[in-house]
Design a protein around this ligand. Structure first.
Ligand SMILES: NC(=O)c1ccc[n+]([C@@H]2O[C@H](COP(=O)([O-])OP(=O)(O)OC[C@H]3O[C@@H](n4cnc5c(N)ncnc54)[C@H](O)[C@@H]3O)[C@@H](O)[C@H]2O)c1
Length: 274
């Protein structure tokens, strides 16, 4: 996609972090924006910021884990904007707990948003995207869709699943006008750790505050940097987008040392490098 001017973009999770940064950048690029979030106050703040820059912005209060609501949202966006060119399934949450102690309630909460939310967003928009001359489905996985860490089993399961789902879809849609892109951000300085359901920290931190502060110290990339990399990925038709130096290192590490990367991660965790 050479230019975003006039194109119709859908961004979920647009009330904060990467989603808000995407909305800001897309607005200045002249894209038309359908922005969704479960948090209406934060969504309205994003809309307030971007509406004078974009030719058209509309906000939708949406819970991406509600299948019927996502299908209704897709139809509503297509009706409001007259089509859809790009869907960025970005909304997500975090959960920090061991497999042994994790409740099914928490596990399902995370899977319903981070995995099923992406599936609903993909399937509900696909018929609309097929009508566009050039369309993209951008699904946000993570470096935790490449490697696994203690207390991140639910998040890992969801993000590995998003990767598998998106890569299979890519093969299915080969030769069509719709391109799926899987995005693997490294640490991005957003509210995700502070908003997490937190029980135990992967680096041994006991408190949510310690773990959030540690995350913020290690997160190398700004939300704006992440948004720029994602949008560059769409412009260059990249099927797979890695964000940040940490994502690049992790990607190589898990491919070179599939049976031993956990030992390296152990060292990194002990030295508080992860
Ligand atoms: N921040 C990172 O380091 C990082 C790394 C890798 C991947 N990611 C992924 O990037 C995406 C964006 O996260 P972020 O870091 O900007 O976090 P964030 O917490 O700043 O923003 C997430 C947004 O999603 C919204 N949201 C949560 N549940 C929702 C639901 N059920 N329906 C609709 N909206 C919902 C929140 O209200 C929030 O506005 C997520 O999928 C996350 O897993 C983030």
């Amino acid at each position: 996609m050479k230019s975003f001017a006039g194109k119709i973009f859908v961004v979920t999770g647009a009330g904060s972090g990467i989603g808000r940064a995407l909305a800001r950048k897309l607005a200045t690029d002249g894209a038309r924006l359908a922005l969704a979030d479960i948090n209406e106050a934060n969504l309205n703040e994003t809309i307030r910021e971007v509406s004078s820059k974009s030719p058209k912005v509309k906000g939708y209060k949406l819970d991406v884990s509600d299948r019927a609501a996502v299908y209704a949202f897709a139809d509503q966006v297509a009706a409001d904007f007259g089509g859809v060119d790009v869907v960025i399934n970005n909304a997500g949450v975090a959960l920090s707990e061991t497999v042994e102690d994790m409740s099914y309630d928490d596990f399902e909460w995370l899977m319903n948003i981070n995995f099923w939310g992406v599936v609903y967003g993909t399937k509900a928009f696909l018929p609309h995207l097929r009508k566009s001359g050039e369309a993209y489905i951008v699904n946000i996985s993570s470096i935790f869709g490449l490697i696994s860490l203690p207390t991140q089993a639910a998040y890992n399961a969801a993000k590995f699943a998003v990767r598998g789902f998106t890569e299979a879809l890519r093969l299915e849609l080969k030769g069509s006008t719709v391109t799926p892109i899987c995005v693997h951000p490294g640490g991005i300085k957003t509210n995700i750790a502070r908003n997490a359901r937190f029980y135990k920290g992967m680096d041994g931190s006991d408190t949510h505050e310690d773990a959030s502060a540690h995350f913020e110290k290690l997160a190398h990339t700004s939300p704006e940097g992440a948004a720029n990399t994602i949008l560059k990925g769409i412009k260059s038709n990249n099927r797979r987008v890695l964000i940040g130096p940490d994502a690049k290192v992790v990607d190589v590490m898990q491919r070179l040392l599939p049976n031993a990367y956990d030992k390296l991660l152990d060292v990194f965790l002990k030295q508080k490098l992860f």
